[in-house]
Design a protein around this ligand. Structure first.
Ligand code: HEC
Ligand code: HEC
Length: 232
């Protein structure tokens, strides 16, 4: 026990020393260097397109880690690999502190699609449309309630840890540990990335934490969690 504590404090000392040598990120430099990111990630990192993640309000350590992963190929994405190829470590820190200082925008409440036509392509009568909307609303409410529950309590039956432990009570993440914020993120991106963890398509998480968790989640559970987090 004592031995491992010493090892931990030693590595902390080394970690701190290695940080002293680097210049901290600069928000204004980050603003200038992020000009090429706006077309996909939006003004101030609030992307308008659901497949492009919002970067606003995300913590610095996590952002730097992901940029490095796209650069060294351990997180695979061809658009992102091209975007970070020429960034230095200092560029990444500047960009990361800039995005971390922005506020993430809120999303609209997600809505499940309602078919407005029958199989023959005719408009549904008003009463049938109303009933279909009510069913969709009930499904939506059930998904959100499930998301709320698993986020806070985990899913004991399937041995899924509570997300709150690492992603925080408000989805704000954990800055010192570089656990990402999830609140206000686009549901479609969250579904995609959780599915990528589940299938191993995304596997740059060194301790495999999210891979282990997502593997145990059903598609339906991934959907519920993603909808819930998108409006936290
Ligand atoms: C052509 C569109 C495009 C451009 C331009 C772009 N990105 Fe991305 N970015 C993406 C996509 C798509 C993803 C999600 C990749 C995935 O699904 O794994 C992403 C993901 C990211 C992530 C990971 C976010 C997370 O929550 O894990 C970071 C960080 C990031 N981009 C930073 C940048 C920076 C910095 C720039 C500018 C230098 C940039 N991106 C430019 C499309 C783009
Ligand atoms: C023990 C800590 C821990 C727990 C518990 C945990 N996560 Fe994570 N999560 C992480 C870490 C660490 C990452 C970043 C992985 C990486 O660096 O690629 C992450 C990443 C994510 C991402 C990707 C965010 C992005 O912007 O790309 C999502 C979504 C996510 N977690 C959802 C969940 C959900 C849903 C749960 C609960 C069912 C959960 N996490 C439980 C630690 C955790």
């Amino acid at each position: 026990m004592k031995k491992s504590l010493i090892a931990v404090s030693m590595s902390f000392a080394l970690f701190n020393m290695s940080h002293v040598a680097q210049a901290a990120g600069d928000v204004n430099a980050g603003l200038a260097k992020s000009a090429t990111c706006v077309s996909c990630h939006g003004q101030e990192g609030n992307s308008m397109m659901p497949m492009f993640p919002k970067l606003a309000g995300q913590n610095e350590g996590y952002l730097v880690k992901q940029m490095q992963a796209f650069k060294d190929g351990s997180r695979e994405n061809s658009s992102m690999a091209a975007m970070v190829a020429s960034l230095s470590d200092q560029d990444m820190r500047d960009i990361a502190v800039y995005y971390a200082a922005q506020a993430v925008t809120e999303n609209d409440k997600p809505r499940l699609d309602v078919e407005e036509e029958d199989d023959e392509g005719n408009d549904l009568p008003a009463s049938a449309l109303k009933a279909a909307k009510e069913v969709a609303q009930e499904e939506q409410d059930a998904l959100m309630a499930q998301g709320y529950d698993v986020y806070r309590n985990g899913d004991l039956d399937n041995e899924i840890s509570a997300c709150i432990a690492c992603h925080g009570p408000y989805g704000e993440g954990n800055e010192p540990a570089a656990f990402p914020a999830v609140k206000g993120q686009h549901a479609d991106y969250l579904i995609k990335t959780l599915t990528d963890f589940k299938t191993d398509a995304r596997s740059n998480d060194s301790d495999n934490i999210m891979h282990m968790i997502a593997k145990k989640m059903s598609e339906q559970e991934i959907q519920a969690m993603s909808y819930y987090m998108s409006v936290m």
